[in-house]
Design a protein around this ligand. Structure first.
Ligand code: 0O2
Ligand code: 0O2
Length: 213
């Protein structure tokens, strides 16, 4: 087994376990109420090439990546509304299966690029055949609008390696403002949306029950 497989093993396990745990949170919310603050969850282990690139870019020595690179295991929780993000973060803070060690609020303080998201860094204990190994993982919590913008900007960033032509830079700024306004507008009609969704869910449940008879 090569060194990278060995090193990344616990991160892969953490992502798999966290996916189950965070998706279960969603299922629990759905049982409680028609509106779940969690829309969907994704997770990934950072590819080796990206780990090396980031280490190089941020001057992190390979011996230090375990402590200095917090997003080798990365989770994303997508929400419909900005207020849902705070509900999710509150739930993460009180869990006993990991410890929140840092929070970065890029919603109240958006990044210069226009990026908005709430980042929570956790210390997660992985059980291995050699005993417990604590690893760091980053959970990004964002709305669907924030995710749309970040996904597009990320791919453009990849293409231009951060050096955007002026026109694209301005358009991305405008798109970030539009995503912000979209979140605001959706929050203002939140009651209407959640009522409609509750109605739709009830109707679906009734339909399922009738079909089971
Ligand atoms: P469901 O029931 O479809 O929600 P794996 O392939 O095993 O590593 P996973 O979870 O399948 O793991 O893949 P990943 O890439 O971590 O997460 C993708 C999940 O996010 C999938 O859900 C997608 O359906 C969901 N997803 C992606 N984009 C959207 C979106 O725009 N809206 C919604 N609602 N969901 C999205 P699952 O896990 O297949 O389960
Ligand atoms: P990936 O896997 O390609 O997404 P730094 O990397 O220096 O910006 P740091 O201290 O590692 O910052 O942590 P930070 O800023 O809390 O989180 C970095 C991650 O947040 C990035 O991971 C992105 O996923 C996301 N992010 C931060 N700023 C931006 C931005 O301006 N645009 C987009 N699209 N995403 C951003 P990576 O390393 O890019 O990895």
């Amino acid at each position: 087994m090569n060194h990278w497989d060995q090193f990344l093993g616990p991160y892969k396990q953490a992502v798999d376990e966290l996916k189950i745990k965070l998706k279960s949170m969603r299922a629990e919310f759905e049982l409680l109420d028609a509106h779940s603050p969690i829309e969907f969850v994704t997770g990934r282990v950072k590819p080796i090439a990206s780990i090396l690139d980031k280490a190089n870019h941020k001057n992190i020595r390979l011996e230090e990546i375990e402590t200095e690179m917090q997003d080798i295991a990365g989770m994303r929780i997508m929400c419909q509304f900005v207020d849902d993000i705070h509900v999710v973060v509150d739930r993460l803070r009180v869990r006993n299966d990991f410890r929140v060690i840092e929070e970065r609020d890029y919603i109240s303080h958006k990044k210069h690029s226009g990026y908005r998201s709430y980042h929570v860094v956790i210390e997660y204990p992985v059980q291995t055949i050699h005993g417990e190994k604590k690893i760091l993982a980053e959970i990004q919590i964002r709305t669907l609008a924030m995710n749309f913008w970040a996904t597009i900007e990320h791919s453009l960033n990849y293409k231009y390696r951060g050096q955007f032509p002026e026109e694209i830079r301005v358009r991305l700024q405008r798109a970030a403002e539009a995503a912000f306004r979209l979140d605001e507008e959706m929050s203002l009609i939140r009651e209407e949306i959640t009522e409609a969704q509750a109605f739709f869910t009830q109707k679906k449940e009734k339909h399922k029950k009738t079909n089971r008879k």
